[in-house]
Design a protein around this ligand. Structure first.
Ligand SMILES: NC(=O)c1ccc[n+]([C@@H]2O[C@H](COP(=O)([O-])OP(=O)(O)OC[C@H]3O[C@@H](n4cnc5c(N)ncnc54)[C@H](OP(=O)(O)O)[C@@H]3O)[C@@H](O)[C@H]2O)c1
Length: 280
């Protein structure tokens, strides 16, 4: 992992105890920033200042700003389709950022899209088809209105070195711990958590505004991703049963490819494709 060096700033990482949050915290500390991070259930392991902040509770947000006085806030908090957290909570945080005059980098999702157009660049407008996607889209709108100087960073499936929820699922399927299929018609542009965290910190240190796309360069189906993961982990990909989302009762978008060409041109951090970061 390459750690880019920027002048140290005081960063508040909201949702720092989550999967992506832990990675951002780790890299921010390694880069020498003064880091504080939030959790709701339990703090992460990193040796930073941990604050209990529930985005549904305005007083807790205000207390965190008073305690930390951050110059940058990176919001990676989410509670799936829970509107009070994912939509209202993100809006509440954006309002607090506006009041304190600091910079906001907010992580959004490819779930804001329906998949109807397949290819989505940074100018594409949300047309969500799931409650989670709708909450993420609502958060984007609120942030754009409340803090026009914010960066909204849409991303896709976040993969790491074995510990993401997507990797756990594939491991469970490939070892028979869980039964199920991986869709061949459900296509995304997975990103490595290290690349994503580095890009978020690079953006946090800059002065850009607006919407960016931080996704990997390869469009792969859930099944193809599973095969790549299984091969990397020495598991038998033949045990991963292919299926079609279109034939299933599971709602959700099919083919969503985040196009981050414009974003990548502005970044030093390179966002690798799944074939590269999952190569054995
Ligand atoms: N994972 C993916 O593949 C993926 C794909 C596309 C986009 N994203 C986006 O990437 C970001 C990070 O996702 P992730 O997978 O790292 O999520 P995660 O592991 O579920 O972590 C979520 C974080 O949000 C915190 N949180 C939950 N409810 C909260 C509340 N009411 N108030 C304040 N904080 C709350 C959690 O704290 P506790 O754990 O302490 O409760 C945790 O720190 C999210 O914006 C997500 O929408 C993720």
């Amino acid at each position: 992992m390459r750690v880019l060096s920027f002048p140290p700033v005081s960063i508040l990482i909201v949702g720092g105890s989550g999967y992506l949050g832990r990675c951002v915290v780790r890299q921010a500390v390694a880069a020498g920033h003064a880091v504080a991070a939030t959790y709701t259930r339990r703090p992460g392991d990193a040796d930073v200042r941990w604050l209990s902040v529930d985005l549904r509770v305005p007083e807790q947000i205000a207390a965190a700003f008073t305690a930390v006085r951050p110059s940058v806030v990176i919001n990676v908090a989410v509670r799936s389709a829970d509107w009070a957290t994912t939509a209202d909570g993100a809006a509440r945080l954006a309002a607090a950022v506006g009041g304190h005059g600091c910079r906001l980098v907010h992580v959004s999702s490819d779930a804001v899209f329906s998949g109807r157009d397949v290819h989505y660049d940074e100018n594409a407008l949300p047309d969500p088809v799931t409650p989670y996607g709708a909450a993420k889209a609502a958060a984007e709108s609120a942030i754009r209105a409340l803090t026009p100087s914010a960066v909204i960073a849409r991303t896709s499936l976040i993969i790491g070195d074995g510990d993401s929820k997507h990797e756990t699922l594939v491991r469970d399927l490939a070892t028979g711990r869980r039964d199920g299929e991986l869709f061949v018609d459900d296509i995304r542009c997975p990103v490595h958590a290290d690349d994503l965290a580095a890009a978020l910190l690079e953006i946090a240190a800059g002065d850009g505004t607006g919407t960016v796309h931080l996704a990997g360069t390869d469009a792969v189906s859930r099944h193809e991703l599973g095969v790549l993961l299984a091969r990397r982990d020495g598991l038998d990909p033949a045990l991963l049963r292919p299926g079609r989302r279109a034939d299933s009762a599971r709602p959700g978008a099919l083919d969503i490819r985040l196009d981050g060409t414009r974003t990548q041109k502005q970044l030093t951090t390179r966002l690798r494709g799944a074939h590269e970061f999952l190569a054995r």
